[in-house]
Write a protein of this length. Structure first.
Length: 201
């Protein structure tokens, strides 16, 4: 792996997983297939069980899905896939296997590509992302989407039953996000766990 790319991957891993409390429930892990931008990309091994900051009442129904540098909590028995790009960006999608359900949980990280970060976050952080602009237009959010600023670096949004968080650390720069469609309680647990690992204020 090229040294620069190894640093990007290591930086992504260091930025998101965080440290779970010893009191948090142990959840089984699911290894997701990863589409790699380079065949030489390597990632740390995934343990069979990890601690996650989720409510004890929900722990028996949840698992930690891991693919490349990404990790997300989702209901057990779902299917998943991940992508790890050459520029250090990554994403994971976990979806219900039920044909009648469109429930999905996804997460993404952009640790280096300035244009990618701007495209992802400019509509949520118009002022903070302005220095990251590389001449591309900023897309508009759907009129149905509601958002609230939780901290200088974190925005929570909702749109027609889907919930999400977007994180921007413009000084690095670094951006990441998570989204969830499904039950309210389940999605709140997913977002809270992701926020704790991302150390987002």
């Amino acid at each position: 792996m090229p040294i620069a790319l190894a640093v990007l991957v290591a930086g992504t891993l260091a930025a998101l997983p965080g440290s779970a409390s010893g009191a948090d429930p142990l959840l089984p892990t699911v290894k997701c297939p990863v589409q790699k931008g380079l065949d030489s990309l390597r990632f740390p091994p995934v343990p069979s069980r990890v601690r996650a900051a989720v409510p004890t009442a929900l722990a028996a129904r949840l698992a930690v899905y891991a693919g490349g540098p990404e990790r997300v909590v989702a209901p057990r028995g779902w299917r998943c896939g991940a992508i790890a790009a050459v520029n250090g960006g990554s994403a994971i999608v976990v979806a219900s296997r039920e044909k009648s359900s469109s429930a999905t949980i996804s997460a993404w990280t952009e640790p280096a590509c300035v244009g990618c970060i701007f495209d992802r976050v400019c509509a949520f952080f118009p002022k903070e992302s302005r220095p990251l602009s590389v001449g591309i237009a900023c897309g508009r959010l759907p009129p149905s989407l509601a958002r609230v600023r939780l901290s200088p670096s974190l925005v929570r949004w909702s749109d027609r039953g889907e919930l999400g968080l977007v994180l921007l650390r413009a000084e690095e720069p670094f951006a990441a996000g998570v989204s969830c469609s499904g039950t309210q309680a389940g999605c709140e647990a997913v977002l809270a766990e992701w926020r704790a690992r991302a150390r987002a204020g």
